[in-house]
Ligand binder design. Structure first.
Ligand SMILES: CSCC[C@H](NC=O)C(=O)N[C@@H](C)C(=O)O
Length: 600
């Protein structure tokens, strides 16, 4: 048996970008925070390229030079700044220096001379679009569009005369625009009624079309082509019962890779456009049976890189030959000396809930030799979002709990993505607590499992999942041996009042508005029912959380403590919406484990 620190030292490599000469750049957390590393051959000794204590959030190779753009925030505040790294000199030049603004990377121009980004410098509640020379900095950026919403960018048109702009009204209602840089005109290319997603938008060859994953006219996301001249959509690939949830398209060759999310597992299709919607397929990459994404095409589309993970494979970067599908794992992120054979696979189960629906969930039992004879304790691990989905990717913490004899149960309750549009709306506003009933139904299912000890069930969750923990402990207090709330919402009213200004309307679209639903939101907020909590509670948070302000943690801790219920709090001054630094993860989860050892 290995200790927790070993499991937290299992590394990840992801976020790949292939440079003009084929060098692979990627993020890896070997030093305790994600930094940039490069490789020029598979399974070689990678070269570390950045050396910060803070996390690097992305890296993107210039299409023409041996230089990379990358992002980094401070203390988890998500106010990402942009930088340029010269691979030959090792020099890093700041591209932006507005520390109280968020900068979303928008890509290199095809000649590598300019960059684009969206930022809320002018007004923190909205995003503008900027273009900047690769060797310029800060105020030299040209403000090319003043936005009035939550904007991001999806790349330069093939002729570099336009930018693809996305607007996020809610997680299920987005819009696409083409910003014409010569005129400054913003062309709305997805006028629509109701909620429609236009995800993963990519320029098609010649800039005549946009390819994206959309649920326009469909319960699931389909790969479609939007003709920019006629405005007509055409289906390229229908995912059937499952979402086509991502596409990467090399706009110079028409080579593409798209993914289907099949009950949480990724299926990759590779092909080359032979028409507007027709494509010839190529062999699919050979990857672990889990999740994959982050496709980056290399020069001329001859190869592409992507990251892949499964419950028994930590996340690594693979490079795929486009024509043959030959797949090589290029990175060797460490498993900290823990044999992969000891990692446990989940069983995908479906359990009935209060209204007869079947809720999908991953259920993982510990190895026989560590199972308590009287029944195993269970961690009900609830994902965040709620517009999100727990999928079969690697988690060192989960494997640690399994090695300690816990079972782990990971439900995708109503409101989760990945199961069609209708399913994601089953928890909207006034239906919020139906999803908490799905958690009660999960415990009822677990109680029927002979291997489980029903008196040792823990509710654990992060972000929105933290809300679900607090809601489960208040609504069904007798079900739980303990609760672990990480960066969770305790009161929807104070959360919506204090979350980042740029995201308030977006989150009201999911939860309800302060103006119209304030009374309802107070009624369902766990803080207002903290007197019902009887299970010991552990609360984790980051002081710089821009999404769920740390006040949410302070409130619930104070209230539960006033009730005389055991509650522990751990707040990190250099973290935000989650724990990203290894040293903090070790402290946080060692403390959580000791808390569970005492109470479960
Ligand atoms: C834009 S979807 C928000 C997802 C994110 N993930 C964690 O659950 C999150 O911040 N969710 C909650 C806290 C929210 O802001 O609604």
């Amino acid at each position: 048996m290995h200790d927790l620190e070993r499991y937290l030292n299992v590394r990840s490599a992801y976020g790949a970008s292939i440079g003009p000469a084929g060098t692979l750049a990627f993020l890896m957390d070997t030093t305790g925070t994600p930094q940039i590393w490069t490789l020029d051959e598979p399974a070689g000794w990678p070269e570390q390229r950045t050396f910060y204590d803070e996390r690097v959030t992305f890296c993107s190779f210039s299409p023409e030079r041996r230089e990379l753009a990358f992002g980094m925030d401070e203390g988890g505040d998500e106010f990402t700044q942009l930088f340029r790294l010269d691979l030959d000199s090792g020099e890093v030049d700041p591209l932006t220096d507005t520390p109280d603004a968020i900068h979303y990377w928008g890509g290199w121009s095809h000649d590598g001379d300019r960059i684009a980004f969206a930022a809320n410098r002018r007004d923190e509640s909205v995003f503008d679009v900027y273009v900047q020379g690769r060797d310029e900095r800060g105020e030299a950026a040209e403000l090319v569009h003043e936005g009035d919403g939550w904007l991001a960018l999806a790349g330069w048109s093939p002729d570099d005369d336009g930018l693809l702009v996305t607007e996020h009204t809610s997680s299920f209602d987005k819009d696409l625009y083409v910003l014409h840089l010569d005129s400054g005109d913003l062309e709305h290319v997805t006028p629509h009624d109701g909620d429609v997603r236009y995800n993963s938008p990519s320029w098609g060859p010649d800039g005549e079309a946009i390819y994206c994953c959309t649920d326009r006219d469909s319960d699931t996301l389909r790969l479609e082509r939007l003709d920019l001249d006629s405005g007509a959509f055409a289906v390229v690939e229908d995912g059937g019962a499952w979402n086509v949830d991502g596409i990467a398209l090399d706009d110079e060759t028409g080579r593409l890779a798209f993914s289907r999310n099949v009950d949480g597992y990724t299926e990759i299709t590779v092909g080359e456009l032979t028409g507007t919607t027709e494509y010839d397929t190529r062999p699919a990459p050979d990857l672990p049976d889990g999740t994959a994404g982050g496709v980056s095409f290399g020069p001329d589309g001859e190869v592409f890189a992507l990251s892949a993970s499964s419950r028994t494979n930590n996340t690594n970067v693979h490079r795929v030959a486009f024509e043959s599908g030959e797949t090589e794992q290029w990175t060797r992120a460490s498993t900290a000396g823990i044999p992969r054979s000891t990692f446990r696979e989940p069983e995908l189960v479906h359990y009935e809930t209060f209204d007869g629906r079947e809720i999908p969930a991953y259920f993982t039992l510990p190895a026989e030799d560590v199972r308590a004879s009287a029944g195993v304790p269970v961690i009900v691990d609830i994902h965040g979002g709620p517009e999100s989905q727990r999928r079969p990717s690697f988690s060192g913490l989960t494997q640690y709990f399994l090695s300690r004899g816990y079972a782990v149960f990971e439900p995708n309750v109503r409101g989760s993505t990945g199961y069609g549009k209708a399913y994601t709306h089953l928890d909207d506003v006034e239906k919020r607590m139906d999803s908490v009933q799905d958690i009660r139904a999960a415990v009822e299912w677990l109680t029927d499992q002979s291997a489980v000890d029903p008196d040792r069930i823990v509710a654990k969750g992060g972000s929105y999942g933290g809300f679900m923990v607090l809601a489960a402990l208040t609504e069904y207090p007798d079900l739980w041996a303990a609760g672990v709330d990480s960066v969770g919402i305790a009161n929807f009213v104070t959360f919506l009042e204090n979350t980042g200004a740029w995201r308030q309307e977006h989150r009201e679209a999911e939860y309800g508005s302060l103006d119209d639903d304030g009374e309802f939101l107070e009624a369902i907020s766990p803080l207002n029912h903290a007197d019902r909590i009887t299970a010991p509670l552990f609360v984790l948070h980051g002081a710089n959380d821009p999404r769920v302000p740390v006040g949410e943690a302070e409130q619930i801790v104070e209230e539960v403590r006033s009730q005389g219920v055991p509650v522990e709090k751990l707040i990190f001054e250099d973290e935000g919406h989650g724990i990203s630094k290894l040293e903090n993860k070790i402290e946080a989860y060692t403390t959580v484990v000791h808390f569970l050892d005492r109470h479960v």
